[in-house]
Write a protein that binds this ligand. Sequence first.
Ligand SMILES: O=C(O)c1ccccc1NCC(=O)[C@H](O)[C@H](O)COP(=O)(O)O
Length: 262
Amino acid sequence: MSVLSAPDLKRVPGVLGRIVELRAGDYVDADPALGEARAGARRFEGALAVPDLSLIAEVKRASPSEGAIAPLDPADAARAYAAGGAAAISVLTEPRYFDGNRGALLEVVAVTDLPALRKDFVVHPAMLREAADWGASAALLMVSVLHEHTGEYLGAAHHLGLDALVEVHDERELDIALEAGARIIGVNNRDLTTLKIDLSVSPRLIRRAREAGFTGVLVAESGYRTPQDIAAVRGLADAVLVGSSLAGSGDLSRAARDLMTP
Ligand SMILES: O=C(O)c1ccccc1NCC(=O)[C@H](O)[C@H](O)COP(=O)(O)O
């Protein structure tokens, strides 16, 4: 594959803009080469493409919205989420705002067979190479960060054998994800420039994606705290991605099970 273009991070406003600027600094000297193509097992996609609504449970110790959430041990959290019925585990690896790191992802991959998503702010191809090297099944790609380069980064993820959760928050971003050929689209209810949550965003954009003929996997993300919240996307989404409410619950296994029980 040819060298990927760098996204223009000056276009990213608010909190998200600050996060990605710092993340780009972390990788300024990193090698952009992806290396040889790797076989894709499509384990993350396969775990979500099932008739029931699946749970992607997130190992999230802190966030810009909430500050410190809980001092989770990643391995214990992953085991608890698996026992609670999660189909996949999302692991934050961003260090400054989310208290994540490489070790968290490695621990999760070591203790569970569930596919793991590297949840970070991908701004450099080396971050995808790392995700594959560390055993992730998938990586997050944010249209709000990558804009028109989303398709290139999606191709890079697939080249490395990774699935990609292509995240959108509005109609314009959804159109970019569809045009890029995303197989898994996540609709984030959280506006990452203001941190405001609006649970009507996922149902609206998921309906729009289906109306546009999208046949892949659709994930509703962020702000889910109760089974009533989840009810709004049953029959629409293939999966929900939940972090803060589970991570801060004190009993991750039970919280996961209770949240997903209609
Ligand atoms: O969670 C935040 O405050 C946040 C701020 C800025 C950029 C990203 C952020 N979160 C990333 C996520 O997408 C969530 O971790 C994920 O969807 C789970 O959300 P929640 O269940 O509300 O913790």
